[in-house]
Design a protein around this ligand. Structure first.
Ligand code: VGL
Ligand code: ZN
Length: 202
């Protein structure tokens, strides 16, 4: 039997566009890099996620006539924030933040590549049913516990943690290694939801 390597560190969207100077900058996003690098030594499996949108992505406000960034729209799968253009495939903004150690990661999971559906979660697109493949990867490797860090606490970290808990993984979010967008109280809502579902908030 293969040896079970039971815990994975999932490093979510630590990319230039989510750091100061980027197009969807999260305050202090760059400050987590050293903390995340140091944490990597503690986990046998390290996985990166990368927000990775085509130029015509439907989550970009500028692909909707007259829409303001940070306004809401209705998509076939539900309400959706319209974001400033960010993390366009192959651009500098989509690259991992410089200084982040990406060398010893086993897997990079890209998400948000379907022009019609946004994908906050590392597990499912925002329709909550199209899988990214991450669950199958983790199950095949017999990984049952996940530790999540990255950007942003109240969007991609939150949706990833909630999906993971619902799938039966044990999930910890290390808050000092995350930063939030915090739009209209979204950080408080995210922490409340994660806590109520059993995500361990450290
Ligand atoms: C994210 C908004 C849009 C995130 C990604 O990584 O939290 N937020 N795309
Ligand atoms: Zn995005």
């Amino acid at each position: 039997m293969p040896q079970a390597t039971s815990t994975a560190l999932i490093m979510i969207d630590i990319q230039n566009d989510f750091c100061p100077g980027g197009s969807l900058a999260v305050e202090g996003g760059d400050q987590i890099v050293e903390t995340v690098n140091a944490l990597q030594d503690d986990y046998p499996v390290r996985i990166l996620t990368q927000d990775w949108h085509p130029s015509n992505h439907s989550s970009f406000a500028d692909n909707h006539d007259g829409a303001e960034p940070f306004s809401m729209t209705e998509m076939p799968y539900g309400p959706q924030v319209l974001w400033p253009r960010h993390c366009v495939q192959g651009t500098a903004g989509a690259a991992f933040k410089s200084g982040l150690n990406t060398d010893t990661s086993d897997l990079i999971i890209r998400k948000g590549f379907n022009p019609k559906i946004d994908s906050y979660s590392a597990f499912f697109e925002n329709d909550h049913e199209t899988p990214t493949g991450l669950e199958g990867y983790l199950r095949e490797r017999k990984i049952t516990k996940l530790v999540m860090v990255g950007l942003a606490t109240d969007f991609c970290v939150r949706f990833s943690a909630v999906d993971a808990i619902k799938l039966g993984f044990q999930v910890t979010v290390i808050q000092e290694a995350c930063r939030a967008i915090d739009m209209d109280g979204s950080l408080a809502v995210a922490l409340e939801e994660m806590d109520s579902l059993g995500v361990i908030l450290k």
